[in-house]
Design a protein around this ligand. Sequence first.
Ligand code: NAD
Ligand code: UDX
Length: 480
Amino acid sequence: MVKICCIGAGYVGGPTMAVIALKCPSVEVVVVDISVPRINAWNSDHLPIYEPGLDEVVQQCRGRNLFFSTNVEKHVSEADIIFVSVNTPTKTRGLGAGKAADLTYWESAARMIADVAKSDKIVVEKSTVPVKTAEAIEKILTHNSKGINYQILSNPEFLAEGTAIQDLLNPDRVLIGGRETPDGQKAIKALKDVYAQWVPEERIITTNLWSAELSKLAANAFLAQRISSVNAMSALCEATGADVSEVSYAIGKDSRIGPKFLNASVGFGGSCFQKDILNLVYICECNGLSEVACYWKQVIKVNDYQKSRFVNRVVSSMFNTVSGKKIAIFGFAFKKDTGDTRETPAIDVCKGLLGDKASLSIYDPQVTEDQIQRDLSMGKFDWDHPIHLQPVSPTSIKQVSVVWDPYQAARDAHGLCILTEWDEFKRLDYEKIYESMRKPAFVFDGRNVVDAEKLRELGFIVYSIGKPLDPWLKDMPALA
Ligand code: NAD
Ligand code: UDX
């Protein structure tokens, strides 16, 4: 029986290993983590992450050929294939701070593998890492090898949160990079055999190590670039009277452009895009490619601009002040169908409004008060360190209340900001919401989920990203 161990029971390690266990009943899969609460949650009825379809897969496999454990050394030493799916945050200090990937967690995992291994291992980079990380890992392992043979593979993960199980069951492609030596090719084949249990062979791409590592950063940069491109267009649409949805539809019909990832928004969030582009920028700078670095940096700058543009629009529409005004926030997660708040645009928007002394009432169907308070108190890039190391929520921010009912959030509010595209926000009783709000009542739709015309008929003043402006807003030009 092939034994797989995955170090890191997070958003990637957990779902990916669950699907491998589901599709490969003859493989034993153990997911290990240094976080005791996280492992306890994986072994309970309340999994540590919300992901549609995940509960069912875990229930089917857990205790059969899928296990979650904190006994990291034991399971690493017994495994044939070790996936490393630990976090690779942006460095907060030292060389490359604010851009470079922090490989502390990866290096400590590699050193632990070297310490406990007693037989040959295939070590798989599942985390997103800078190009050439495999070389560094190889050096750590071989210099501490005690005669053991290690093969390093790069097998980056392309799943998106909220659709992780579908993405894993039916991936566009699986990418495996390895050494071009006979041993390297043998290791690639061993991993390919695992995926081939359910992924059609033509979708399993094999490359050299550096292409696989770089492809992951490149894919995220290209995806984020599309969003920044359409968001840049959304600003121009508002200035000219064009409608960004119509523009997206029209350009997406060109088969060379394609329709996906062209939804204008308050900005992209999530644990990957910003971190990975900053990492790419740093690698370009280190290679003397300053123009290339600037090109990709601009994707982040436009994203930051989009978030501050939104805040400015809210403030300028409401007579240039939100001081002391209650504003309802609908949605805090970085996208629908996840409880994940890492780098969510809601953090910057809420901080912007709080900076103008607004009082916020926040509702998200999956995010707890503790998490929101923590997010709004934490420094930039501090969030991506293991959950057990994150500071316990400091004293909560007084102007922020978190409620479990959208109607309660909106009651007596002057304005309402929609920051996540949860489906339920389309179905709310906006007449009831309008009646309960202060007048004039504003809706700022950062995800273009509501029918603006219908809401205007109810009496709302509505701002939708990249759409022709409400007559009211035309008279109140945005500050940005
Ligand atoms: P995560 O923070 O949810 O999980 C990482 C886990 O690793 C944590 O539970 C942490 O406790 C554990 N860990 C850290 N050091 C450890 C060690 N030495 N031994 C054992 N456990 C350790 O992170 P994630 O979202 O799962 O991301 C993991 C990697 O995958 C990152 O490199 C990320 O860029 C990449 N990735 C993420 C996504 C995504 O959608 N989240 C998608 C593709 C790739
Ligand atoms: C992303 C990549 O899609 C995935 O392949 C990679 O493995 C990890 O990073 P994820 O961050 O989970 O996945 O979600 P994604 O669907 O890409 O959304 C990222 C952000 O972009 C979200 O905030 C989302 O709301 C935003 N977005 C997405 C837009 O604003 N407009 C779009 O058209 C699409």
